[in-house]
Design a protein around this ligand. Structure first.
Ligand code: ATP
Ligand code: MG
Length: 362
């Protein structure tokens, strides 16, 4: 007997006589936990000259057997949402391309799967430790450019991380992947995760989400969410390692919360206070964190990074982004300015590091 095998243990199998799954990627999480329902695979398309593809397979068997119908329904909706968002992004150059989707019967189980172009994988660590600071900022520039494409097409990502990027094989550019938490903001319907306060990883979620406050305007809610996460990634790139209290601790929002007393922490404040009352306190704490924790290769770069983090991570979603654009009826969450900023930043870091190295060697 073969035993029950879910979507997470299919290496060696061929889905629908076409996609041969060669190697499993990313089933074991960085924290060592194994997922039960999703499997990500490096595979080949045997009907297309063994072209390399990325297969994300899901089975709903676990929830089905557990009899949790609500959870099962949510998971199906989330899967369909991921498939639809990926299909909407097909033509975007900074986003992984979906090629196919289908279901297959394996050992009596139905497995649903999405097939993407296979791109070069990055490190699984939250900060790509193998990258130089310049490479990290270049990746960040790629994330910002990808996010701008998504936002322009009405899609919020909600789970920005270095892990959710790949490097395009053909173009060599950073591409964004993983639409598991994404939302099509213009759509009238919603996905279950639209109702969650924190949607993707909690460490890059904005404070309003952590305090359970949802801006009424869904565009503000979703696009301001991504702006904050982008600022958090910038913070990580320039974080003074000595500042981290714990190993692996590089979250901007958690650092800010450390300045707040017990009664103002999310679990306590949510019960009694309004989020708006906390905004000035969170802003003050953000300034302290930025001044204490960010180091740049030159004082000018450091100042620029601090300013950008504070703009992208303003605790008030209605002040976040390019605040000046609000006066002229522009879109403050438009990432145009930040895409150019990250581009300039990577160049100035490159120069600063080269100058530093030359000085050391002379
Ligand atoms: N098209 C692709 N080509 C190669 N690798 C990819 C591709 N898409 C995603 N990956 C890699 O596989 C990992 C898992 O994919 P994805 O993030 O979509 O799945 P997930 O189930 O949400 O996983 P996680 O919970 O780790 O985010 C990504 O972090 C990325 O490193
Ligand atoms: Mg992911």
């Amino acid at each position: 007997m073969t035993g029950i095998r879910g979507a997470d243990a299919l290496v060696g199998e061929t889905l629908n006589g076409r996609y041969k799954l060669l190697e499993e990627l990313a089933t074991v999480q960085p924290d060592g936990e194994r997922r039960s329902r999703t499997g990500c695979y490096h595979a080949v398309d045997t009907k297309n000259g063994d072209k390399a593809v990325f297969v994300k397979a899901v089975d709903f068997r676990h929830e089905d057997h557990a009899g949790d119908v609500d959870r099962l329904q949510n998971m199906v909706q989330e899967f369909v949402n991921e498939r639809e968002i990926a299909s909407r992004c097909k033509t975007l150059s900074r986003v992984v391309s979906i090629l196919d989707h289908d279901k297959a019967k394996i050992f009596g189980n139905i497995v649903h799967y999405l097939v993407y172009d296979f791109e070069k994988n990055r490190s699984r660590s939250p900060i790509p430790a193998h990258q130089t600071p310049v490479e990290r900022v270049k990746t960040l520039h790629g994330i910002a450019a990808a996010l701008r494409q998504l936002h322009t097409n009405g899609i919020a990502h909600h789970d920005l991380s270095f892990r959710n990027t790949v490097q395009g094989n053909a173009c060599g550019r950073t591409k964004i992947c993983d639409f598991g938490s994404a939302s099509f903001v213009r759509s009238s319907g919603s996905v279950p995760h639209d109702e969650y306060p924190v949607i993707g990883a909690v460490d890059v979620a904005p404070p309003e989400a952590q305090y359970g406050y949802k801006p009424l305007d869904s565009r503000v809610r979703h696009f301001a969410y991504d702006c904050y996460s982008l600022g958090s990634l910038l913070f990580r790139c320039f974080l003074n390692r000595e500042y981290s209290l714990f190993e692996d601790w590089h979250s901007f929002s958690f650092s800010v919360l450390c300045f707040l007393p017990e009664g103002q922490q999310p679990n306590q404040w949510c019960q009694y206070g309004e989020y708006a009352e906390l905004i000035p306190i969170l802003r003050e704490a953000s300034i302290k964190v930025v001044n204490d924790a960010i180091v740049g290769p030159t004082p000018e770069i450091e100042q620029d990074v601090k300013k950008a983090v504070l703009a992208l991570c303003d605790p008030d979603p209605l002040r976040r982004g390019v605040h000046g654009l609000r006066r002229t009826n522009g879109n403050p969450y438009s990432l145009e300015k930040f895409v150019s900023f990250f581009d300039r930043l990577s160049r100035s870091c490159e120069v600063a590091l080269a100058v530093g190295k030359a000085r050391q060697e002379s």
